[in-house]
Ligand binder design. Structure first.
Ligand code: M7G
Length: 326
């Protein structure tokens, strides 16, 4: 085995994957086929399962890649109606049991119909590892004053980097995935698939609209001044999704998270009926309600008490405990 000095660093690891992608793009590969990249996960060493769910068929793993912390999320994808014919004709079937009119099998599908959606966070920070760790949550009550004295100082020091957001806005990443863009610096935004969505079926449709305007951290920063921005995102986001995905506004759940994980204003567009993580009433605020609240009270979100869940080992929860607010 190679010693640690010979192991690839972060950049090298991604360059390896990129080189393999470029080789694939240039030569061979049938039209419409996605390029393969080198399997950087062959070097992944599992440290701990952070959480898993038999029902949701996913697993969140903390481990090491090139001696650095990484989080890998594996998720089985839904079975699509348009692949059924290929699934039935192209699979191997192994009988498990037969009893009267009942029988169960293990169906071994062709590899292209048996993919696992994989997300890699690398290098992962301590905060990423905590985010994916299954934990008990506690509901926090935050007044406007609490926000200023407890929450704001904490998030100014402790929040996740929004480099990935800037990369999208500056077309340094995911440019080919953009569904719609309004480039206006004040009311403009970029609409693109959330990385939780593999875009294979609309049943779990999930897009995010990211504002071009920087410096709006969250719901708390919004005032009636931002109504044109919010109305623009709502209107044009719905139109773009109707055009691209044939889903009318009556099938959409459009909302903001409070607290978000990333403090650069963005809006979630998900399919109604899809139980997206974080769509519960304790975290999701419908954009339609946000707009109405600001129309009737310009400083609504500066003054209201807001409620949100925090996980047991969230540093912000400790701040609320220290302040005797919990
Ligand atoms: P949030 O409300 O700040 O936090 O939403 P949450 O992750 O706790 O929901 C941020 C949204 O951006 C989430 O739905 C993420 O899945 C999504 N997201 C995060 N990252 C790092 C990326 C990314 O790199 N690309 C894309 N397209 N979406 C991302």
């Amino acid at each position: 085995m190679a010693d640690s000095a010979a192991k690839p660093d972060t950049e090298e690891l991604y360059q390896k994957a990129k080189r393999a992608k470029a080789d694939n793009d240039n030569g061979g590969g049938e039209a419409g086929e996605e390029p393969e990249c080198e399997n950087i996960l062959s070097e992944f060493k599992t440290s701990k399962v952070l959480s898993d769910s038999a029902r949701e068929k996913n697993i969140f793993i903390h481990g090491k890649l090139a001696d650095q912390d990484a989080v890998v999320i594996l998720e089985k994808t839904p079975i699509r109606e348009d692949t059924l014919a290929e699934l039935f004709t192209g699979s191997k079937l192994k009988l498990e049991m037969r009893n009267d009119i009942y029988s169960t099998y293990r169906l071994q599908a062709p590899p292209q119909l048996n993919e696992i959606k994989t997300t890699v966070v690398f290098p992962a920070t301590e905060k990423h590892i905590k985010k994916y760790q299954r934990q008990e949550s506690f509901l926090v009550e935050e007044t406007g004053v609490d926000y200023q004295s407890i929450t704001l100082p904490y998030i100014q020091k402790q929040s996740f980097s929004v480099q990935w957001v800037h990369n999208i806005l500056e077309k340094k990443a995911e440019a080919d995935r953009i569904v719609f863009e309004d480039p206006d610096p004040t009311v403009g935004f970029v609409l693109l698939p959330d990385f939780k969505w593999d875009q294979k079926q609309v049943d779990d449709l999930y897009l995010i609209a990211i504002t071009h305007q920087r410096g709006i951290r969250s719901l708390r920063d919004l005032t009636s001044e931002h109504l044109p921005l919010l109305q623009n995102i709502f209107q044009k986001g719905k139109e773009a999704i109707l055009q691209r995905h044939k889903l009318p506004a009556s099938k959409l759940r459009v909302y903001l998270h409070y607290q978000p994980s990333y403090y650069h204003l963005h809006v979630h567009f998900t399919k109604l009926g899809y139980e997206a993580p974080g769509c519960g009433v304790e975290r999701a605020h419908l954009l339609a309600d946000v707009i109405q609240n600001l129309q009737s009270h310009p400083e609504y979100y500066k003054t209201r008490t807001l409620y949100f869940p925090l996980r047991a080992d969230d540093g912000l929860l400790s701040k609320y405990k220290e302040a005797g607010r919990l």
